[in-house]
Write a protein that binds this ligand. Structure first.
Ligand code: GDG
Length: 465
């Protein structure tokens, strides 16, 4: 059996529960095959210093992490990855900062990672690269002579060709994807955008279903919607902290219905629109006063990117004005926390909530939607209000689907969710549960890696970029 090598911007220690479903799932595969996980150490060193490598052993898995120089980090991570690729791939051209210097830093770091990783590779390794930070990594590895099978999974959406084409150097990015053997997306919509892009802009030739030939290479594309580890999450719900959180919430809100939102504080998550929908609910349906409370957790994220501080201020002002206008001495409509909640508490919070608001403006998948479903009591489950623009909407058809830009429409859907009879909640939940069980994180890992294992070994040596 080939060894698995996982490469991602950040490396999680799979032995820690805080690591979450993805790390747990990858750890399981890595443990089976013996494996290597490579990425950034999270450390930034002064420019000009020799970026060092750190090696740690976690059972049969070796974690290797590399430091980044200060200006490389600024250009690669803050600049190109989170200032260009993140906004554009989430359809936000207005928020992109197309600074000339970023792309060179992005390429430098991918080159650095390739040079550090190549000597650690074995001939029959299978390499799985994750996410938008590392699109050119395979091309850089191929330029160093690596012929191993290399797959890429994009965790965020891929926008339609004409949005992608706004990125200066977009053709370079997509050419880089042809250095992979398999390229995976979250949703069918993303796959369609890839097919359309490579046919129109790269003049690629179709050689099979979602299989394309261009730049002397053949790449297999596919949709592999990521899932959660349902058993692991339900285990957390039953563990001490999960149960305690659930009971505390139920006691505290015994006469009220809880609505919950859990997101990284990111402009893609549609938080201001969600708060406006909640305000419209309170305005239009006075019976919700005193009877509904929204708990919104917005965990801190990427505070070094300016668009994130703007959204923080907007959110704080909306929460303040809703509480100011509607609050009573013994009831505050919104409980907003700009803090991270410990993972073992999340399932208890989800289970105590009647409604989850998962209303991103764009999202690759959205795992909170799946975690909420997994945490429910099947006899008295809560209702998922889900944006049609989350990748998860392709799978979770029994959720109450909303257009998050339509504030009134979303308010009406929340009202419907709050009033939904238990029989209907049960029927919807049962189907949703069957879907997240069938397409869990193990399915995702296996489906992607099976395709990669079947790929023909790569041609190498071409200076791709
Ligand atoms: C990217 C894509 C895709 C959030 N707040 C807290 C907390 N979380 C956890 C959630 C969930 C995870 O973080 C968030 O996952 P999402 O999928 O919702 O979103 P992104 O972080 O944007 O992830 C996304 C995902 O990659 C996987 O492919 O689904 O579309 O954007 O697990 O529970 N966890 C804790 N405290 C918090 O305050 N402990």
């Amino acid at each position: 059996m080939s060894r698995l090598v996982v490469v991602s911007n950040r490396v999680a220690d799979p032995r820690k529960t805080a690591a979450g479903g993805l790390a747990v799932a990858l750890a399981e595969v890595l443990n089976n095959t013996g494996g290597l996980w490579f990425g950034w150490s999270g450390r930034i060193v002064e420019d000009g210093g020799q970026p060092s490598l750190h090696t740690q052993h976690a059972g049969p898995v070796t974690l290797v992490t590399a430091d980044l120089g200060q200006s490389d980090h600024a250009a690669y991570y803050v600049g190109y990855s989170n200032g260009v690729l993140w906004p554009v791939f989430h359809y936000r051209l207005d928020l992109a900062d197309f600074d000339d210097g970023y792309i060179a830093g992005y390429r430098r770091v991918n080159q650095q990672f390739a040079r550090q990783l190549a000597p650690l590779l074995r001939e029959d390794d299978i390499i799985w690269v994750h996410d938008y930070h590392l699109i050119p990594l395979a091309a850089e590895l191929r330029a160093l002579g690596c012929t191993q099978r290399i797959g890429f999974f994009l965790h965020i959406p891929l926008p339609p060709p004409l949005i992608l084409a706004a990125i200066p150097g977009h053709d370079w990015l997509i050419r880089a994807l042809f250095a992979y053997d398999v390229v995976g997306f979250q949703a069918e919509a993303d796959l369609l955008h890839f097919d359309n892009y490579v046919a129109a802009e790269a003049h690629a030739q179709p050689v099979g279903e979602h299989r394309w030939r261009a730049f002397n290479r053949t790449v297999q594309a596919g949709a592999y919607p990521i899932g959660i580890d349902v058993d692991e999450f339900q285990g957390l719900a039953q563990a001490h902290e999960g149960r305690e959180m659930f009971e505390r919430m139920r006691r505290e809100y015994s006469r009220r219905k809880l609505l919950v939102g859990v997101d990284r504080l990111d402009y893609s998550k549609g938080l201001p629109q969600r708060l406006k929908a909640f305000r419209a609910l309170l305005t239009r349906y006075p019976e919700t006063h005193r009877s509904a409370t929204l708990i919104q957790i917005a965990s801190p994220s990427r505070e070094d990117v300016s668009a994130y501080t703007d959204i923080l201020h907007e959110l704080e002002s909306l929460c303040g004005s809703i509480n100011g206008n509607f609050g009573e001495l013994d009831w505050m409509p919104v409980r907003y926390m700009h803090r991270t909640v410990a993972r073992p508490r999340l399932p208890g919070l989800y289970r105590a909530s009647r409604v989850a608001l998962v209303t991103p403006l764009r999202d690759g998948m959205n795992l909170v939607a799946k975690e909420f479903i997994a945490a429910q009591d099947p006899a008295d489950p809560g209702v998922l209000v889900l944006s049609r623009f989350a990748g998860a909407a392709e799978q979770l058809k029994e959720a109450l689907m909303v257009n998050p830009y339509d504030v009134e429409g979303t308010a009406n859907a929340i009202h419907l969710a709050l009033q939904m009879p238990v029989e209907e909640r049960r029927v919807r939940h049962e189907s949703l549960m069957a879907t997240i069980r069938q397409y869990d994180v193990h399915w995702w890992c296996n489906a992607f890696l099976d395709t990669l294992a079947q790929a023909e070994s790569a041609e190498s040596g071409t200076p791709w970029l």
